[in-house]
Design a protein around this ligand. Structure first.
Ligand code: HAM
Length: 451
């Protein structure tokens, strides 16, 4: 025996000599987050709500790859957007292809619609997904470099009822997450009427340029709409007096917007017309919307946003395709939920970990082997179980059972193994009974049903 131990030890020594060691353990990449075991209940709940909401409204799941052709975003999202100008993770692969980590889902959904000939399916095509996105933003509490979205898109339908139903869907998601939100909504017109609005904006800002923030000075010549989106102090007074998109809408866009507002009124959703809302992605036309919720210090945080993008398919080389969608940021939603649960016990209950019904404790090598086999039958029977098979001490195992909050602990030692019995310990009162091991499964069923 001692010889064997020596062999194991020398094996380890050889390994450490072969593997070069780093002097410092690599750290989490800036702006990225681990989702720790203690957070998984929140994520599971949010994912489940997202899947349920998608099902309620007849959406099918589409998962697109994390890597896409860079051109999809430079053309789709737009060269003059923050995302494309400063936030994309891009690289050239070994074969010389220019690739990007996806910063959003919408462009990839349109690519997939075109590539898989979804035009041949009954229209509209309703698709959703859940997954990580990557934006090289300046990291802050609610701005991550990897965040996750629940994203829904309806492709192939121009009716304002689609925009309205997407708003209801997002609203239902927030409601099921116990969050109250305010919807901000606007119409930014189409390619026919928006140029008139942009011209009026350019005229309005012409003699104010020198007083604008540096970003807005730069955007003036490139993407004038984004001046309305600016959050800098010095630009706020000008925004308040700026021309409003709704005054420049063509008849079709006006009609679309009015119909949408009629729906929203009917739904009795708290909403605000927000004429400065233009959204930071270039593909939008007509409807744009965002859902806000007060965060710490009552700062309003956008939990989700979306809109119509009737020209995106053509921009990407496809046929005309009216479409609308939204994306909800899961991290922002969960950070609001965590603030809320501090004050509301019923919210806390949603994420309380469920304790196992049964904990399996054992004593002795032979009993341990038999216990591991029995444990498999308990899983097969559908019991929720936990174990401490790597521990040899009974007290340590009972402590673990208490920590897990198990209702019953099964104890199998050498004596029970010889007698063909097993001990069932009720963890609440501590009383124990010895039963024939053959009767274990029916006994447990009975106890857990009655309990
Ligand atoms: P977005 O407004 O860029 O829209 O993102 C949607 C939501 O994702 C935001 O409201 C926010 O909650 C969350 N989010 C965005 N960036 C970050 C970040 N850096 N860190 C944490 N959360 C973030 C879009 O992405 C559009 N593709 C939505 C859409 C779908 N439009 C039409 N269809």
């Amino acid at each position: 025996m001692p010889r064997k131990k020596k062999q194991e030890d020398s094996g380890q020594e050889k390994m450490s000599a072969e593997v070069p060691k780093l002097s410092k353990t690599p750290q989490l990449v800036k702006g990225m987050k681990d989702i720790l075991p203690s957070d998984q209940a929140y994520w599971d709940y949010a994912r489940k709500v997202a899947h349920d909401v998608a099902k309620f409204y007849g959406f099918d799941r589409l998962d697109t790859p994390v890597l896409e052709d860079l051109a999809l975003y430079t053309h789709g999202v737009g060269k003059q957007t923050d995302i494309v100008e400063k936030e994309m993770f891009t690289f050239t692969d070994q074969g010389g292809s220019q690739l990007a980590l996806r910063p959003e889902f919408t462009s990839a959904f349109v690519r997939a619609y075109i590539e898989h000939g979804m035009v041949n399916q009954p229209q509209p095509v309703k698709l959703y997904t859940l997954g990580p996105l990557f934006r090289h933003e300046k990291p802050q509490a609610d701005r991550l470099r990897q965040h996750h979205q629940f994203n829904c898109e309806v492709l192939g339908e121009a009716s304002s009822s689609v925009d309205a139903q997407l708003i209801l869907m997002a609203q239902r998601f927030f409601k099921m997450m116990r969050l109250s939100t305010v919807l901000h909504i606007n119409s930014i017109g189409c390619h026919g009427c928006r140029p008139n609005f942009k011209e009026a904006l350019a005229e309005y800002y012409k003699n104010k340029k020198s007083q604008l923030c540096e970003d807005c000075k730069r955007r003036y010549g490139k993407n004038i709409l984004r001046l309305l989106d600016c959050k800098s102090e010095e630009c706020q007074p000008f925004k308040a007096e700026a021309p409003q998109t709704v005054d420049f809408l063509c008849e079709e866009c006006r009609d679309h917007f009015m119909k949408l507002l009629d729906f929203v009124e009917e739904f009795e959703i708290p909403y605000q017309l927000d004429y400065t809302l233009v959204r930071g992605l270039d593909y939008y036309s007509r409807t744009v919307f965002e859902f806000y919720s007060p965060g710490e210090g009552d700062r309003m945080i956008a939990l989700g946003g979306g809109g119509r993008y009737d020209s995106l398919s053509e921009i990407l080389g496809g046929r005309p395709l009216p479409a609308c969608g939204f994306g909800v940021g899961i991290e922002r939603v969960l950070s609001r939920v965590k603030e809320l649960e501090k004050a509301d016990e019923s919210v806390k209950q949603l994420f309380a970990e469920k304790s196992p019904d049964i904990f399996f404790a054992q004593l002795g090598d032979q009993a341990k082997r038999k216990s591991m086999v029995l444990y498999e039958s308990l899983i097969d029977e559908g019991f929720s179980v936990a174990e401490g098979f790597c521990k040899d001490n009974l007290k340590a195992q009972l402590d673990l059972a208490n920590k897990h909050g198990a209702r019953f602990t099964l104890i199998l030692g050498q004596k029970e193994l010889l007698d063909g019995t097993i001990i069932i310990r009720n963890m609440e009162g501590g009383e124990q009974e010895v039963i024939n091991i053959q009767k274990l499964i029916p006994t447990l069923h009975k106890k857990l049903e009655i309990g």
